[in-house]
Write a protein that binds this ligand. Structure first.
Ligand SMILES: Cc1cc2nc3c(=O)[nH]c(=O)nc-3n(C[C@H](O)[C@H](O)[C@H](O)COP(=O)(O)OP(=O)(O)OC[C@H]3O[C@@H](n4cnc5c(N)ncnc54)[C@H](O)[C@@H]3O)c2cc1C
Length: 331
């Protein structure tokens, strides 16, 4: 049996969890074993509806009000308890910040090795995984040993694919044994301003700005373009280091990994640590004054020019077309 650890927001599985489930689905078909899932946190049982399209037969739901908030050691202990009773051959999670942290705690608790950021899994003997190393700049083939194989799936290594046929998901609540020391690290209530804006990780269009934007105020033109296209604004680490944007906007190895249909990278050089975060974008458009900037070579399209001049013209044209005027682009 394969056990998938599902992250969710109020019962809606995250995109990365659906990708991990898709990987788990391939694995169980090859291994000819059932797929079960475990979810923790408020309204976790509601995830059953979506999980039925991913071949899950049972959803184990940790039933303890103290687990409502994120507490990595406690969450790992709850999963370990399910694992002890089910004896799975594989436990699979996501390589999100939380997924990676909980799975690492689980590995320490179960005294097992864990393979992070897997892109392929071959349940042969020896059990083999291909996984991203060095922020995705190299792929490693590794043999995973241990009585239970613990692994996380790299973000956007594959697309989430729901099955047209649905399974009957049995919800199984359980009360894990937890004590106070499992909650030494926990997320205390946080208040997030509801900006009404699309999140960076989910946006279909991301307008990213780098040092070449020039200043915090210079991001106004990127905000405008993102608004016009229904997208989100991202940035490079140079920008967060300069204090122009919050870290939550950072794209890259130490920021958010995005997978939009279009990534517009404005005034960004294209350092490897940045590209790791946007390599799942379907198309990249670079705007840069330097035709030799690394991002220009990696982009599908490039405009060589000053960020502000280019964006002023692009925004004006989109506004014009949206107002009903014909596009100036020749047919
Ligand atoms: C461990 C580690 C982790 C890291 N993690 C991340 C990460 O998560 N995300 C990340 O982004 N970086 C990360 N970095 C930093 C990364 O190596 C780069 O330093 C950073 O991405 C550079 O940001 P930038 O492209 O905005 O700046 P620069 O490299 O300074 O590039 C600015 C670009 O703007 C262009 N430009 C200048 N003026 C204009 C103009 N007027 N109009 C148009 N173009 C212009 C320039 O030609 C240049 O290409 C990490 C580094 C390390 C060591």
């Amino acid at each position: 049996m394969v056990l998938a650890f599902i992250e969710h927001a109020n019962g809606a599985p995250t995109m990365l969890s659906l990708e991990a489930l898709t990987m788990a689905g391939r694995l169980v078909r090859e291994m000819r074993v059932p797929l079960e899932a475990v979810a923790i946190g408020p309204n976790a049982a509601a995830a059953a509806g979506i999980l039925s399209s991913y071949g899950v037969s049972s959803l184990h739901v940790a039933d303890d009000p103290r687990l409502a908030g994120y507490a990595p050691a406690a969450w790992a202990r709850a999963i370990a308890e399910v694992a002890d009773s089910l004896n799975p051959e594989v436990i699979i999670g996501t390589a999100s910040d939380r997924g990676g942290e909980v799975m690492a705690h689980l590995a320490a608790r179960m005294k097992l090795p864990m393979a992070a950021n897997c892109t392929e899994i071959a349940p042969s003997d020896p059990f083999t995984v291909t996984r991203q190393r060095w922020g995705g700049s190299l792929l490693e083939d590794a043999h995973l040993k241990g009585r239970v194989k613990l692994l996380t799936v790299a973000p956007h290594a594959l697309a989430a694919e729901a099955s047209p046929s649905r399974t009957e998901v049995t919800t199984r609540p359980f009360a894990p044994t937890l004590d106070d020391k499992d909650f030494r690290v926990r997320l205390v209530p946080q208040v997030e301003a509801d900006t009404g804006k699309i999140s960076l990780a989910q946006a279909r269009v991301v307008v990213g700005g780098g040092r070449g934007v020039g200043s915090a105020e210079g991001f106004a033109s990127l905000e405008e373009l993102a608004d016009l296209l229904g997208g989100a604004v991202g940035c490079s680490r140079a920008v967060t280091s300069l204090g122009w944007r919050p870290h939550s906007d950072q794209v890259g190895q130490t920021g958010t990994r995005i997978a939009p249909d279009l990534y517009i990278a404005a005034g960004i050089s294209g350092a490897i640590q940045h590209m790791v975060g946007c390599r799942a974008a379907k198309h990249i458009l670079a705007i840069n004054t330097d035709p030799g900037a690394p991002i220009v070579a990696q982009a599908d399209y490039a405009v060589i020019g000053d960020v502000q001049k280019v964006l002023t013209a692009v925004n004006a044209e989109i506004r014009r077309v949206k107002a009903g005027a014909p596009s100036r682009t020749p047919a």
